[in-house]
Design a protein around this ligand. Sequence first.
Ligand code: FAD
Length: 462
Amino acid sequence: MEYGHITLPTTNIPVSREVDVLVIGGGASGIAAAIAAARGGASTMLVEQRGFLGGMGTVALVPAFCPFTDKRRPIIRGLGLELMERMKQACDVGYREEYQELLDWVPIDPEVLKRVYDGAILESGVTPLYHTFVYDVVLSEDRRTVKGVVVVNKTGRSFISCQYIIDCSGDGDIAALAGVPFQKGGEAGELQPGSMCYLLANVNRPNFRRYLEESGDTGQLHQTVERAIEDGALPEGRKSISGLAWVNDYLVGVNFGHVFGVDGTLAEDLTRGAIEGRRLAERQLQFFRRYVPGFEHAHMVASGEQLGIRETRRIEGDYILSVDDFIAARSFPDDIARNAYYIDIHLANSKSEMTFNHLPPGVSHGVPYRILLPVGIDNLWVAGRSVSSDRAVQGSLRVMPNCFSMGQAAGSAAALALQSGTGSRGISVSELQRRLLEQDVWLGEDFMPAEETAGKKEGNTP
Ligand SMILES: Cc1cc2nc3c(=O)[nH]c(=O)nc-3n(C[C@H](O)[C@H](O)[C@H](O)COP(=O)(O)OP(=O)(O)OC[C@H]3O[C@@H](n4cnc5c(N)ncnc54)[C@H](O)[C@@H]3O)c2cc1C
């Protein structure tokens, strides 16, 4: 229902800060972007609406990091790998012993991860500002430059002024506020569902493993879940658990089931999603206790502060990475990262199917710089879940390891732009690539920066 509009009186608000690089959103992409910008010499502020960093990994309790490898070698390196390894080191000895060598599907201990991210941000010299929501941007007269953002927090409303800005809100909030065109969901407006992830304590992994051996069921409990759906103990929908991530033998993170029809850019939808998600999680807890040996005494210690959101806006950039690029494992002269994670589009309603598309082991495609550049704005990068891609590729690029890579590239590019006094499109891409290589980013075995390869590789020129 529409209730009309009101005009707010013109108000005067303080400028609370002036920074070189402003990063909005403290998920995987924002953390990497802010650290990279600060390490590159820029005065950097990271604004996050929650009281901690981590985005979906801590806000929504997504229980594991997706693969850092292409099944042959680590392809996500640089800051993402550094931060994940720091989390491992900060975990208990049992965790370290079990997961030391693991690079794919590493379980997340969310409380440890929050502290690791705090530490990494502070060490790098980034100024964090938590509990702060960005609700508007101010553009230059020609509307090609974001001069800063309007924020609201407990202190009040204020303006943060910046030379460069990186949108890591996951939803492309800043780009959308700046008027950049975007797509949302599929052709009929369908969106991937959300999931309410949670942590179960007081479980018994040895007993659970014994159950899997004796019953022959899979780790995703296909048979057990199907049986429970037939019994009416679980609702219709995906007939397996997306993931169980064991932090230790008695604490497990769960990603299971879906809440449909939630647009993560609408507060009303998020409210409904949170309530439905918690209700579903409680039903699943009863399922675990009744159907799954090892879970008889499971206790839910936490659920996501927000429903986990897989898909909202895809911002239109200078290039739109497509499923053809993915399937052809295409490389680009302006690559700033590589991706091997499969296309993983969750069902939009309880009757539809999942979509998967895997690259063979050892194969990855390039992630070009241009997908970070929203059309029409010269000092803004978008990194993370809402970068410029078609819907299928968003279903692959959206995972945390890729978000780290894209964030690291955006932050490094912003620091470079500051030094060279250019806009986002004016930097030397080969210099950016050189810097990323120095930061241990992997761009392919035989990769050489753009100048040396221009015209020699398949793909469009920047
Ligand atoms: C249920 C589910 C399961 C998943 N499973 C996995 C998995 O197993 N492994 C994996 O690697 N990935 C997984 N993913 C994907 C992955 O977690 C996310 O896509 C990824 O975290 C996105 O990172 P991001 O940095 O783009 O955004 P986010 O992680 O969404 O972070 C955005 C941050 O910006 C803040 N923010 C947003 N708007 C504003 C604003 N206007 N002002 C201030 N702050 C703002 C938010 O509070 C948030 O902290 C899953 C996602 C979901 C939802």
